[in-house]
Each structure stands twice: as structure tokens, then as C-alpha cells.
Design a binder for this molecule. Structure first.
Ligand code: G6P
Length: 486
């Protein structure tokens, strides 16, 4: 529906509403104690910003570590609507049900999911609050797009309150096979929550098929291919929309003199190794950081190369630090890195440079420019945007990507050195192959991957989803971007 078709809406009501656990801004505290908001890094916001500005959009989300209640405010042409979460809800809804129940369950039970009834109650309460906020903000007939696993009940709760809306949902993480999902005591409620949407998007078509099968088995609705037929005559579509990055923004950053200089500096500070390996992850047990560092250290230990030949930079940004499994992982990695450097390092030449910190996007781009071999080895990952960011930053078409076949990105980036992260010897073999590869082979692979990432960027992703939800796209949001030279 075009915005002009709805004239009577009150001015704060929005035609397009995004609902996500987090607002797309971070609070900055200045030296004088005053605070302001800065747009968070990440493709989702930059992809949606133009369409949000055009459609008088609103974004509903949790503002982060803010304890006081906050009024809606405006930021870069977007209305931001904060939803507050109490300390107890933070523990039960966010750390508990979202990140100690759903997160491990949806990632192949890489860690054991915990099931607690009070966590579930809190998840319902917070989902209700988000649904209530969306119901208040959305204009008559608006489009509401709900994001990710923290908010799977919102589609149905919102439809109850506002049957006039068009509702989309996108799951950024994997959706597990029925055999694993069925462990969840509240499996039927989650499926029914998602079925409140008109369109349910997943990263991969396998995930959409898992969902359709579960709906048939556990809820008993009729399904055909990607459609679910509800008894009230409504139809829900479940399809794959692989998310991507703001490719042009990364290319521009990588080409900037500051980033180029910083990349050279990083290599010099590391003693100009022949080959620089790089890992960049949230410190999460799904990412396979431990296994990859072991594989790298064994290559040195076995004599394939020395610490002068190759070094590994591992950036691990702190995440969900009070959740047990994350605490355990942090200690395990600390110990492993100490062990490896103690055994294999020389003075001024550690085998692994490990940084447990977050960095701005420009520093990430410099690391991508500096690195010869990017190692992305999750045990399970919805997509993994780091893999795509690395490819976007390889302006010369060089560099190697070692990529887990269990990352969603592996479906598109077929020319990567694909690995099974459970197979340490297999991973060593692929890392060594990437280390020894000749320039011609590397360039052939990288150029093919660059074409994929150039054609399918995050704007393409957002416009494909919104088009299927019936949103008219602004002219500059074309479906298919022309391929650029890579
Ligand atoms: C994943 C999830 C996001 C989440 C992000 C960071 O990418 O799909 O929904 O926001 O991790 O995790 P955090 O718990 O810090 O929001």
C-alpha cells in the first residue's frame, strides 16, 4: 500500500515498523557526562535506513544498558521506540530463554540447552510488551517486520491486537531440524507465534523446510511447498532470504588511505609474516574458535611453517558474558592461547595474537585488508557476515577464505576452502592448502566470491523480503544490482 493511501494516520504512527531486540543505536557517554546516540554498525540498519526514511519508519527495540524508562526519540530520520526490560527480565528473557535455551537449541545443541519454566514466562511477558509497543506505533494497514529468535511470539500477539497489519518475521539464526526443535517444551507455542506472520523468512531453504515440516507435524496445518494454510483461510509463506552486508560501504572503507595505511601498520607490528591468518568472531561457543586455533598450532608443531612464516590474529568480541557457557568458553580460550604461545612462540613472535575486545568497523576493514587467510569455522551459523565482509574488502581479488560448511554463507561462497570444523585433520589440510595456494587459484576463487557479494548485498536482501511482503520499493532499491568488476 502506498503511504499516500493512508491520510488520516496520526503523525507519530509509522507505515513501516521494525521490531528487534536491540535498537539500532548505541549510547555514547561524553567526557562531560552528557550522552548521545550513535548508529550501531551493521548492515541491517544501513539497508533499512533509506526505506525507513521514505516510509516514515519506526524501530522498536531495547536500548541496551539503560535502566530508566525512555520516551520515543528521533535519530537520523527514524523514530526510535525504546522498550525497557527489568533486571530480572534481562536474566530470564535475554540471558535465559533467548541465549541459554533457544540459542544452543537452534545451533545444533552445540551446548546443552536449559529449559526453565520461569524463563519461558518472562519470554512471554517481554514478547507481549514488544507486541504492545508495535500495535501502538503502527499506522492503519502498516507493515511490521519482526527480527530474530528473541521475539518469535510477537507475530501472533501482534496479529491479535492489530489484524489490519501486514506482518513479516525474519530469523537471523538457523532453524533446527524437527528432531532437535521437538525437545523444546513450548515448541507448539513458538510455531504458533511465528504463524502470526504473513511471511516468515529464514537464511536457508533447509530452515524454511524444517519449519514447514514442524508446522505440519506439531500444529497439524495443511502445507504445500513454502505455504501453510490456516483453518481461518489465512496463508503463511516460509522462504529463504540469505542476508548480506553493505558491500559498497566495505569496499569504500577498504579502499580508503586510512584503512590501507592501518593494514600495513598491522602487518609491520606483527613482524611482516609471510602469511597472516585472521579470525573475527563474537566470543561464542558456536564459532569453533578453539578448534581452529588448535588446528593452526598443530600446523606449526608439525613443521609445516614456523612462527616467522605465519601468525594468527584472533579477535573475539565479548558477548553475553554472564551466561555460564560463555564464561567457560572464555576461560578455555584464554588457557589454550597461553598454552600454544608458551609452547610455540618466540620472543616478539607469539603464534597467536589474541584480543578479547570489540573494534570499530574501520579497524575490522584494516584487519581484512591485512589478512592473507580468513578463517571462519563455526559449528553452526545462520549466515556469518564476517566471511562476506572479508570478501568485500579484498579489492585486488587476492586472499583466501577458509569457511565452515555449517555456516549459512557456505551455500553462496562455494569457492571458499570449505571445512568440517569437527574434523581437525581436515581443517589443517584446508588451512595448509590455503597457505600454499598459488596466486592464480586464489584469485579465481576470490573473484567468483566477490561477484556473489557484489550482486547480493543487504539492500537486495531487504528489498526482496519487503517486496514479498508487498512493500513498494523506493527507486534506488533495485532488486538486482549490476555486477561490478571484482
Ligand atoms: C546474533 C543474533 C542477533 C544478536 C547478535 C548479538 O547475530 O542473531 O539477534 O543481536 O547475535 O548478540 P546480542 O545478544 O549481544 O544481541
Amino acid at each position: 500500500m502506498s503511504p499516500t493511501a493512508r491520510k488520516q494516520k496520526s503523525p507519530q504512527r509509522a507505515d513501516l515498523v521494525i521490531v528487534a531486540n536491540r535498537l539500532p543505536v548505541d549510547r555514547v557517554v561524553h567526557a562531560d557526562g552528557s550522552t548521545s546516540w550513535r548508529r550501531s554498525p551493521g548492515g541491517l540498519v544501513s539497508a533499512l535506513a533509506p526505506v525507513m526514511q521514505e516510509q516514515e519508519g519506526a524501530w522498536i527495540g531495547w536500548p541496551g544498558d539503560v535502566t530508566e524508562e525512555m520516551e520515543p526519540f528521533e535519530n537520523e530520520g527514524m523514530q526510535l521506540v525504546p522498550v525497557s526490560i527489568s533486571a530480572q527480565e534481562y536474566e530470564e528473557y535475554y540471558e535465559g530463554f533467548s541465549n541459554a535455551t533457544l540459542w544452543p537449541l537452534y545451533h545444533d545443541v552445540v551446548a546443552k540447552p536449559e529449559f526453565h519454566r520461569e524463563w519461558w514466562d518472562s519470554y512471554i511477558d517481554v514478547n507481549q510488551r514488544f507486541a504492545g509497543a508495535a500495535a501502538e506505533v503502527a499506522a492503519e494497514g502498516a507493515v511490521v517486520w519482526i527480527q530474530d529468535y528473541q521475539l518469535q511470539l510477537v507475530p501472533a500477539l501482534l496479529r491479535e491486537l492489530r489484524p489490519d497489519l501486514r506482518i513479516g518475521f525474519f530469523l537471523h539464526i538457523p532453524f533446527p531440524p524437527a528432531e532437535l526443535f521437538s525437545q523444546l517444551p513450548w515448541r507448539r507455542q513458538i510455531l504458533e507465534g511465528l504463524l502470526g506472520a504473513d511471511l516468515v523468512g529464514f537464511q536457508l531453504s533447509g530452515a524454511a523446510q524444517n519449519f514447514i515440516r514442524l508446522v505440519r507435524q506439531r500444529v497439524g496445518h495443511k502445507t504445500h511447498r513454502d505455504s501453510v494454510y490456516l483453518p481461518d483461510g489465512r496463508m503463511v509463506t516460509a522462504k529463504a532470504y540469505p542476508i548480506s552486508i553493505d558491500t559498497t560501504a566495505f569496499e569504500k572503507l577498504a579502499a580508503s588511505p586510512e584503512v590501507q595505511e592501518r593494514a600495513a601498520r598491522i602487518r609491520a607490528d606483527l613482524g611482516n609474516p609471510r602469511k597472516l591468518f585472521l579470525g573475527v568472531d563474537r566470543l561464542d561457543y558456536t564459532k569453533g574458535i578453539y578448534a581452529r586455533l588448535r588446528a593452526f598450532s598443530e600446523l606449526i608443531h608439525d613443521g609445516h611453517f614456523s612462527v616467522e612464516d605465519a601468525t594468527f590474529v584472533q579477535i573475539a568480541s565479548p558477548s553475553r558474558e554472564r551466561v555460564d557457557q560463555y564464561r567457560i568458553l572464555r576461560n578455555d580460550i584464554d588457557r589454550l592461547v597461553g598454552h600454544i604461545n608458551g609452547d610455540l612462540g618466540r620472543i616478539g613472535r607469539p603464534a597467536i595474537s589474541y584480543l578479547n575486545a570489540s573494534f570499530p568497523t574501520s579497524e575490522m576493514a584494516a584487519l581484512y585488508v591485512a589478512a592473507d587467510i580468513m578463517v571462519v569455522t563455526p559449528f553452526r551459523d545462520g549466515m556469518n557476515l564476517v566471511a562476506k565482509e572479508y570478501v568485500a574488502c579484498r579489492l585486488e581479488g587476492d586472499g583466501a577464505l577458509v569457511l565452515s560448511e555449517f555456516a549459512g554463507a557456505a551455500e553462496e561462497l562455494r569457492q571458499a576452502y570449505l571445512v568440517n570444523p569437527y574434523d581437525i585433520n581436515g581443517m589443517k589440510a584446508q588451512m595448509l592448502e590455503a597457505y600454499l595456494a598459488d596466486e592464480k587459484d586464489l584469485s579465481k576463487r576470490m573473484r567468483a566470491m566477490r561477484k556473489t557479494v557484489a550482486e547480493h548485498d543487504v539492500a537486495y536482501w531487504a528489498s526482496a523480503f519487503l517486496a514479498d511482503l508487498g512493500v513498494e520499493r523506493p527507486a534506488h532499491h533495485k532488486q538486482v544490482k549490476p555486477a561490478r568488476r571484482s
